[in-house]
Design a binder for this molecule. Structure first.
Ligand SMILES: Cc1cc2nc3c(=O)[nH]c(=O)nc-3n(C[C@H](O)[C@H](O)[C@H](O)COP(=O)(O)OP(=O)(O)OC[C@H]3O[C@@H](n4cnc5c(N)ncnc54)[C@H](O)[C@@H]3O)c2cc1C
Length: 395
């Protein structure tokens, strides 16, 4: 099954496929892939930076940007093909810089800001973490309380962020802070970009339940950001943030990662004695695998449908929420089907001599909860579908 691609898109897909298939071979020992893997070890981070640099040189971090700023002006479908191929091969190299930060700068930044920052994003000189969530502001992000106070040519930032993925690795952050405490909560926020290796910025690790470190709490203590690093207007940060949501929103990366996991489980059932024995003892597992295959392919086609809507300049809040919610659930369903197939072998960590599939299933069973929370929980996605997709009342 394949979404109908134009000959140009097929050619591009072939180029991406060849590159990422080769890059997968350069993964460090023990690499399991997935959204957070490059943040957890020094080797993983070095691999991420190395691939990112190569992507920058190829111009693949700015595929959708206008040609005037070094982009290729390619559409949403091409971006989905890129993200799908990269994620299927479990290759890192991208972060939110080329997507969210670049989209905000392109729409709201001054010409000077575009000239200064866009080349630094597309070359991977900068790598980014997202300073949005706070201890009392997650789903209700606009209630955040980190403050930004004017001080000469700078703003002074004070407060705390939490769950900040990559803050211990990235050299830059984009963040929201409150510049007007009297205004209604959505109207007193400002969007900043900043280097992080400066006085007043402290990142402390928060360990995942798996014991790995990919996110942090971040403290700002009179942290200085020059006024020229404000993206858009002061107090207009909420609306700047919303334009960052215009980038490719299909959720294809999670889906492609899940497709690969399912393919590996199916391969295990065909190619190993343990897999073959398990499947012949328990034929219901065949149905479960068949069902997962249908679900994964449905999710993939839906991702292309979202990209197609976006390419027609349609806004896709309900569709993007549906895709994200379904992909997050599917990642866990596939992991649990893997658990059904491998039994307790699936719970063994990488490094155990009895672990199968290099311990990837144990990893996704623990990390697979992340996508149902990060970037908006499943409940919030369902709220958006209910309000914006079904037109149901908010209260
Ligand atoms: C792996 C991972 C990586 C992350 N990385 C980052 C990052 O890099 N930067 C960053 O800023 N944040 C990051 N986050 C934080 C993430 O965005 C928040 O966890 C998320 O927005 C939920 O916020 P919260 O944790 O404060 O939960 P809360 O908002 O307190 O929600 C608690 C529970 O209440 C439910 N709930 C809340 N409001 C409603 C409602 N209106 N209707 C129905 N149910 C509701 C939620 O669904 C949830 O089950 C990350 C999170 C994870 C898990």
């Amino acid at each position: 099954m394949d979404f109908t691609l134009t000959p140009c898109q097929q050619t591009l897909k072939g180029e991406f496929e060849e590159f990422f298939r080769e890059e997968e071979k350069n993964a460090p020992e023990g690499w399991l892939g997935g959204a957070g893997a490059s943040l957890e070890t020094d080797d993983g981070w070095a691999y991420h930076l190395d691939v990112g640099k190569k992507l920058g040189e190829k111009g693949w971090l700015s595929l959708a940007w206008p040609k005037a700023y070094g982009g290729s002006e390619l559409g949403h479908i091409e971006q989905v093909i890129f993200n799908e191929t990269r994620a299927y091969h479990r290759v890192p190299g991208i972060d939110q810089g080329p997507y969210i930060v670049a989209a905000c700068i392109l729409e709201h930044g001054s010409e000077e800001m575009k000239q200064e920052w866009l080349p630094r994003i597309s070359s991977r000189e900068t790598n980014w973490c997202q300073g949005w969530s706070e201890p009392n502001a997650g789903s209700d992000l606009a209630s955040l309380t980190t403050t930004a106070t004017e001080d000469g040519d700078d703003f002074l930032i004070n407060g705390q962020k939490i769950w900040t993925s990559a803050a211990h690795r990235a050299n830059h952050m984009f963040l929201l802070a409150r510049t007007d405490r009297e205004a209604p909560k959505h109207k007193g926020l400002t969007f900043f970009i900043t280097a992080t290796n400066l006085p007043g910025f402290t990142a402390r690790p928060i360990c995942h339940m798996s014991g790995k470190h990919s996110y942090n709490e971040v403290f700002f203590d009179n942290f200085r950001i020059p006024k020229r690093n404000v993206v858009g207007e002061v107090n207009n940060g909420w609306y700047v943030t919303m334009s960052g949501m215009e980038f490719e929103r299909s959720g294809i990366s999670f889906i492609a990662e899940t497709m690969r996991d399912l393919d590996d489980i199916i391969e295990f059932c065909k190619e190993t004695d343990l897999g073959r024995e398990t499947i012949s003892r328990n034929p219901i597992l065949k149905h479960k695998l068949a069902q997962r295959k249908v679900e994964v392919e449905t999710a993939r086609q839906f991702a292309y449908y979202i990209a197609w809507l976006q390419s027609k300049r349609e806004r896709v809040p309900a569709e993007a929420s549906a895709g994200k919610y379904y992909a997050a659930e599917l990642m866990l369903r596939v992991a649990h089907t893997g658990l059904d197939v491998l039994g307790f072998y699936a719970t063994l960590k990488q490094g155990s001599k009895w672990a199968q599939l290099r311990g990837r299933l144990e990893y996704i069973i623990q990390h697979g909860l992340g996508p149902s929370l990060a970037g908006g929980t499943n409940e919030i996605q369902k709220n958006i579908i209910a309000w914006m997709g079904l037109g149901l009342p908010r209260k």
